[in-house]
Design a protein around this ligand. Structure first.
Ligand SMILES: *Cc1c(COP(=O)(O)O)cnc(C)c1O
Length: 425
């Protein structure tokens, strides 16, 4: 099936006379006829037994997302933050390190740089534009994986997946990619050799500002066995799991070892799972994802070009725009479009940016992005409020920066709204 068809048909096939839409299975638990049956499940978890492990509604949506990304398995989480956290904890423990591209979502920077540090896991930051040699040079003996973001929120840098994957694999490490802004419609990182994908489904996948969520997808392609033999790393994938009656993930589950370990160990212990109802809402977003992504991109391309022409705008950052620093990488990895989010710098700095935003009538000022409705955010006074003007410059955010997230309105109405904002500067 092509990707548009997968959005509607992967993961769930109604039985004869069965419901067309994925049913919401609102039950925390499942009934069995014998003690032996339940006991078997505690040795090898292959059926539904408790919601924290799996639920049929979530399962159908997980299969759909796995298929969209081209992976062997997916695990939904209660938020994007939970997905990023578990993707790392499935490989690293206290005393380990991992590498992250410096250009990633602010919430992930806090998680990696501060909270994981308190747990004894070191994040080594490497510039998003680093060369192959620079990436390899940053790897330490205790480094367990590498992490980057396809299109970074809000910097809109494009991650050179193939280069980072090669650096990772030459050192027997898996590459994890946060594919939230691109979605599998615009880029499938596994086709460029990434090993694990994470999502904040809160953004385009849900798309309607209805339900927060996250997902981890396993490509099934990383060779844990060879990496273990060569480096001694990833013993957890190969050796018996003491907390699961000696279960050996690689031996029992083959190339789905990573995602099954994430579920049976980490979801079991951390419990950050979504409700069946949440997965149902997410699926409604997935069904129209391909159609929506196309329109977000077409609207954003026109809006970015419009901003570029205005003498009140100092700079426009949009990888889909000719002349953008990341345009060549975007042509390679995102040939059908680079999402609906644009970052702009208003001349006149903070005051001018706030006047621009306050004059908008259609676009709403909200702490959200990648929504069906056009929305804007002023990072300097909101998400990055605690920083001084000097610190903002260091973080690549100037006072005049506005993050403009194009929705699915008619683009003429979005541009008419922008005119109101520009006139107010
Ligand atoms: C929003 C976001 C997250 C965090 O997701 P939540 O669902 O808000 O927890 C992670 N990565 C990216 C790229 C995001 O935009």
């Amino acid at each position: 099936m092509k990707i548009e068809t997968k959005c509607l048909h992967s993961g769930y096939k109604p039985e004869n006379g069965g419901p067309s839409q994925i049913p919401i299975v609102q039950s925390t638990t499942y009934r069995f006829d014998s003690c032996d049956h339940v006991a078997d499940l505690f040795d090898k978890p292959v059926e539904y037994m408790y919601s924290r492990f799996a639920n049929p509604t979530c399962d159908a949506v997980e299969k759909r997302i796995a298929d969209l990304e081209g992976g062997v398995g997916c695990m939904l989480t209660s938020s994007g933050q939970a997905a990023s956290l578990l993707s790392i904890l499935n490989l690293c423990c206290a005393g380990d390190s991992f590498i992250a591209s410096s250009s990633i979502y602010g919430g992930t920077i806090n998680l990696f740089g501060f909270t994981l540090k308190k747990l004894g896991i070191e994040c080594i930051w490497v510039d998003v534009n680093a060369s192959y040699d620079e990436i390899c040079a940053a790897i330490k003996p205790n480094t367990k994986c590498i992490f980057g973001e396809t299109i970074a929120n809000p910097a809109l840098t494009v991650f050179d997946i193939e280069k980072w994957a090669k650096a990772a694999h030459d050192n027997f490490l898996p590459l994890i990619v946060d594919n939230t802004f691109a979605t599998p419609i615009l880029c499938r990182p596994f086709e460029w050799d990434a090993d694990i994908v994470v999502h904040s489904t809160t953004k385009y996948m849900d798309g309607h500002a209805v339900q927060g969520g996250g997902a981890i997808v396993d490509s099934g392609k990383f060779d844990w066995e060879t990496a273990y033999k060569k480096t001694g790393k990833f013993a957890d994938m190969i050796e018996p799991d003491e907390s699961y009656h000696g279960l050996c993930y690689k031996k029992e589950f083959g190339n789905a070892a990573y995602i099954i370990k994430a579920r049976t160990q980490l979801m079991r212990d951390f419990g950050c799972y979504p409700a069946a109802q949440s997965a149902f809402y997410l699926n409604l977003g997935l069904e129209t994802l391909a159609v929506r992504m196309e329109r977000y991109c077409r609207n954003a391309e026109k809006v970015a070009a419009y901003f570029k022409k205005s003498d009140k705008i100092a700079w426009v950052s949009y990888p889909g725009l000719e002349g953008d620093k990341y345009h060549d990488l975007a042509k390679k990895y995102l040939p059908n479009g680079t999402c609906g989010v644009i970052s702009i710098g208003i001349k006149g700095g903070r005051q001018a940016a706030m006047r621009f935003m306050d004059a908008l009538k259609l676009a709403s000022d909200e702490v959200h992005v990648a929504d069906i409705r056009t929305c804007v955010l002023h990072p300097a006074s909101a998400t990055h409020r605690q920083l001084t003007d000097e610190q903002l410059v260091a973080a690549g955010i100037d006072g005049g920066m506005v993050r403009f997230s194009c929705g699915l309105e008619n683009v003429d109405d979005i541009i008419a709204d922008i005119d109101l904002g520009l006139a107010a500067i």
